[in-house]
Design a protein around this ligand. Structure first.
Ligand code: NAD
Length: 430
């Protein structure tokens, strides 16, 4: 079976709709680029992805039939270091989404000042309908199809929606088999036994907790007793909820794809996690009221943590949002059209590229530990994560005050300034 590989080169299509995730990201990029008075040449360079790859992935299904899946990998910008970005297995994956996520990774790594560029990958599939054997063959074929661009010095994947530690182990093994020696640093989010980092699983949720604490400090509000609502009860949402509660917040609402829960007196997050582990979803948890869809985000609270999907906070529902602080655990949960209304309402938004950067920060720690062959304790990982998250929060705050803009534009401005500075120093090879 042959595979087709298409290198698309720079994106020329700037006529994208407002709902489009790439355009939504770029509308913020444009504001920051203007503030920075970015020169026209550099603007063009940073607005275009460096490389976009489409691969066809033929797989023997358990039935004996052959199925061909489509996979993408986008290296958005690697001026500051190797590409870094997860791999998503989902029916909704599009090249446009992967490209937006790869750009986000570029800005995210720059916001927390770790030496990586940005990349992202995805495979169009419904993982729930695939057997373990089919998933393994698909993961290995995807890895071998993009192997020229993978590597600890060039592009380092990680888990994302519907991909996990086990799949990262397959990627590491496939890459290592091709290289004829074990290369642990080619991928992060691996099991601990084979070069994973302590604290990686909790890192994104823990980072959300640190920036929530810092954001509330800015508003003169204590974390203790702050009412928190968390949308999404997966890796990011459940851990953010648990750690926020451990640090004194009252988690009044949580939700997952099955529906939402609300208890004004506070939920016992550990108990909800145990319920979800036993019943798969949070719906049916007895010590809370059920809350449906749209009503969930507008529940009374001080802090709202959208940690599930893109574009859930929109111009339509934002007037009803009651939170004083929004911590974007998910990537792109706020549509560009909602930013201005949030500003007018005085909501303090900690944007995705800062709020959920804890995951990539500990991925960086994992890569460093793999390359050193010397592993850190969980306490050291968490302490270094806290240092980076708090410093990055304050750096973004300082830039947002300097330019008199909100935290989102502050974060983009800081990131673009850092990426642009490296481009200027490196010059152009042409
Ligand atoms: P996950 O698959 O572990 O969890 C996703 C959660 O969202 C699940 O509880 C699911 O039921 C819920 N959900 C799905 N549709 C929903 C809906 N319509 N309403 C309410 N809940 C819904 O994924 P995750 O790793 O927690 O990632 C969540 C988001 O955070 C994604 O946007 C991801 O890109 C982003 N993110 C994750 C990490 C990480 O380290 N895991 C890092 C940075 C950003």
């Amino acid at each position: 079976m042959t595979e087709t590989k298409q290198f698309l080169g720079p994106d020329k299509d700037h006529f994208l709709s407002e709902e489009n995730p790439f355009e939504s990201m770029m509308s913020r990029f444009d504001i920051a680029a203007k503030l920075l008075k970015l020169d026209a040449g550099l603007y063009k360079v940073l607005r275009n992805p460096q490389m976009q790859i489409i691969v066809s992935l033929p797989i023997h299904m358990d039935s004996g039939e052959t199925e061909v899946f489509t996979g993408y990998r986008v290296l958005y910008n690697t001026s500051r270091g190797p590409g870094k970005g997860g791999i998503r297995f989902d029916l909704g994956v599009t090249l446009d989404e992967v490209r937006a996520l790869a750009a986000w990774m570029t800005w995210k790594c720059a916001v927390v000042n770790i030496p990586f560029g940005g990349s992202k990958g995805g495979v169009i599939c419904d993982p729930l309908k695939l057997s373990m054997g089919e998933l393994e063959r698909l993961t290995r074929r995807y890895t071998s199809s993009i192997i020229e661009i993978l590597g600890p010095d060039s592009d380092v994947p990680a888990p994302d929606v519907n991909t996990n530690e086990r799949m990262m182990a397959w990627i590491m093994d496939t890459y290592s088999m091709h290289k004829r020696h074990t290369v642990t640093a080619v991928v992060t989010g691996k099991p601990l036994e084979m070069g994973g980092s302590a604290g990686r699983r909790e890192a994104t949720g823990r980072g959300c907790m640190f920036v929530t604490r810092e954001a509330l400090k800015q508003l003169g509000l204590p974390l203790k007793g702050a009412k928190v609502v968390v949308q999404g009860f997966g890796n990011v949402g459940s851990i953010a909820a648990e750690l926020l509660q451990e640090n004194g917040a009252t988690v009044v609402g949580v939700s997952d794809v099955s529906g939402g829960l609300y208890n004004a007196a506070g939920l016992d997050v550990k108990d909800v996690i145990a319920f979800r582990e036993a019943h798969r979803y949070v719906t049916g948890y007895p010590k809370a009221d059920a809350v449906a869809g749209e009503d969930f985000l507008t529940l009374p609270c001080d802090v709202l943590v959208p940690a599930a999907l893109e574009n859930v906070i929109t111009a339509r529902n934002v007037p009803k949002i009651q939170a004083k602080v929004i911590i974007e655990g998910a990537n792109g949960p706020t549509a560009a059209g909602a930013d201005e209304i949030l500003d007018k309402k005085g909501v303090f938004v900690v944007p995705d590229i800062l709020a959920n950067a804890g995951g990539v920060t500990v991925s960086y720690f994992e890569w460093v530990q793999d390359r050193d062959g010397w592993f850190w304790t969980e306490e050291l990982v968490n302490q270094r994560l806290e240092e980076i998250m708090v410093k990055s929060f304050n750096n973004v705050l300082e830039v947002s005050k300097r330019y008199n803009v909100n935290m989102r534009i502050g974060a983009y401005t800081l990131a673009i300034e850092r990426v642009a500075a490296v481009h200027r120093m490196r010059g152009m090879y042409a």
